[in-house]
Design a protein around this ligand. Structure first.
Ligand code: AMP
Length: 503
């Protein structure tokens, strides 16, 4: 067994790692860190869950001295969620080295980010668009960059960041070290790798290393219309913390509405939802305000939650890579987990494909066996409860809890009532984009939204509620003129769940 101190990263980093509770390096860390510490450029083929963030962070923090005014390390990530996660992990790793880390990304206040940069920092983690924007404004200099890290390069290209990425690479000093990670290796990724690196060494984790032995993998044969019943059986089995993967956004929406209408507390995540709502859902799931998250692959990418007990493949994925990526959400950080894949008669060949790719068995179970299965893990729940005890107390709750989605909402909110609801075909997303456009406000001024069949209730930051009311009243959504008013504080709400949190 290789130890962290054998990776050549210095005592202080090792001390932080011990404090984080990591006991041994993951395979990619064993491969990548010593090579990276010697200064070589590197291309790493690795997915989330392998410890790749730890690998490149150890290299960057191990090779740069803290205390710089302008960043010596630049980490590019495709999404703000990933930027936040990476910066959080880097902050923990630098608890003893004292490197200062700043995260920057679109959709958040630029002046705040500029203020943080002005205070000086060693590492900037962020999305390419915002990094470039800050550079052009003169607030983020690249001249001291020694470590350039490109994380999830394939996803960065999918999201249209090619040009921004190339510009950043061209502006970074020549004598830097470049570390690039990608889950897949397309021609485009290869071409960027060739243009941005000098004789890179390649590291990768094999497929079977990607799948933790801690995940017990099962599949159940099911008719298309029988999936919901089995999902209920799984939920009834101790209300485990689970992620349910669907193949389309529509499927996510349908499943979410179906379960919410039954009064169940669930969260949904897909790419069409406003960022603010996605953040709230992830927070709600992390903080156990809901135990089920229904998601598409794209939206769930980069989710960093350690205590997931079950991954359900509600729709079995076509390719084995997506399968391994999904089930890797369970069995993280040394904890055990279960995956259950729903297989319809037409999909019966897929299991064999997954098995071959992973070199692991997926065991067939019946619905009855699932009902009797030990799914929820009491030890994991107890451990997580202990961890949460150390967290900050929650902020004060707002008075009117009006949504099915469990979330924190704004600290000081006023509820507006609109005479438009679900029967008009309007969604929460439509309401948010209409209100932001019409009142010229940002999404963070909107809190929770409750939708009835013909009316909706929307929380607005109290300081601007009057202006928003004026702007929205009389405006049109899909041609329909809407009336807006302040909602009575003790409004009766038909939705049972919606009233649950109310004092
Ligand atoms: P990543 O692949 O970077 O998304 O990391 C997956 C998860 O594993 C994160 O929650 C890390 O904090 C955690 N992790 C990374 N390296 C180790 C390690 N050596 N031991 C235990 N957990 C780790």
């Amino acid at each position: 067994m290789t130890t962290f101190s054998e990776l050549g990263i210095g005592k202080r980093l090792c001390a932080s790692i011990t404090e984080m509770g990591w006991t041994e390096p993951t395979p990619i860390q064993v491969q990548a860190v010593p090579e990276g510490m010697s200064g070589k450029d590197m291309f790493g083929q690795a997915q989330t869950g392998t410890g790749k963030t730890g690998a490149y962070s150890m290299i960057a923090l191990g090779r740069t001295r803290p205390g710089s005014d302008i960043p010596t390390t630049l980490v590019l990530t495709p999404t703000r969620e990933l930027a936040e996660q990476v910066s959080k992990e880097m902050k923990q790793l630098s608890a003893n080295t004292r490197h200062r880390i700043v995260a920057v990304y679109g959709g958040a206040s630029i002046p705040d980010q500029i203020r943080k940069l002005e205070m000086g920092c060693d590492v900037v983690v962020g999305t390419p668009g915002r990094i470039l924007d800050l550079n052009r404004r003169g607030n983020l200099r690249f001249d001291a960059v020694k470590e350039l890290i490109i994380d999830e390069a394939d996803r960065m290209l999918d999201m249209g960041f090619m040009e921004d990425m190339e510009t950043i690479i061209s502006l970074a000093p020549e004598n830097r070290q470049t570390l690039m990670f990608s889950a897949t290796l397309s021609d485009e990724v290869r071409s960027i790798a060739e243009r941005s690196m000098k004789e890179p060494i390649e590291v990768s984790v094999s497929h079977d290393e990607l799948v933790s032995d801690l995940v017990r993998q099962y599949y159940v044969e099911v008719k298309r219309n029988g999936k919901m019943d089995i999902l209920r059986d799984i939920m009834a089995n101790g209300d485990p913390k689970m992620v349910v993967f669907c193949s389309t956004k529509k499927m996510v929406d349908d499943l979410y509405s179906g379960l919410s209408e039954e009064g169940l507390k669930v969260g949904a995540l897909h790419g069409d939802m406003p960022q603010l709502r996605r953040d709230r859902t992830i927070r709600g799931f992390k903080n156990d305000r809901m135990n089920m998250l229904i998601a598409t692959d794209v939206a769930a990418r980069g989710l960093d939650i350690d205590n997931i007990e079950v991954v359900v493949n509600y729709d079995a994925p076509l390719d084995p890579e997506t399968y391994t990526h999904r089930i890797g959400r369970a069995g993280r950080a040394g904890r055990t987990g279960v995956s259950i894949t729903f297989i319809t008669p037409k999909e019966d060949r897929r299991i064999g494909v997954y098995e071959e790719y992973m070199d692991r068995k997926v065991e067939r179970v019946t619905r009855k066996q699932i009902q009797g299965m030990q799914i929820s893990n009491p030890e994991l729940k107890a451990l997580h409860a202990d961890e949460r005890r150390d967290e900050k107390p929650r902020k004060k709750k707002v008075k009117a809890t009006i949504t099915k989605e469990a979330s924190k909402g704004l600290e000081d909110a006023t509820v507006l009532s609109l005479d438009i609801g679900k029967t008009s075909g309007t969604t929460r997303t439509d309401l948010v984009s209409h209100i932001t456009r019409c009142a010229g406000i940002t999404e963070d001024k909107i809190g929770r939204i409750g939708m009835g069949s013909s009316s909706s209730f929307v929380e607005i930051d109290t300081s601007i509620a009057g202006e928003v009311l004026k702007a929205v009243n009389g405006s049109r959504i899909n041609g329909k003129k809407i009336r807006a008013s302040f909602a009575p504080e003790k409004r009766k709400c038909k939705d049972k769940l919606a009233d649950k949190g109310r004092k």
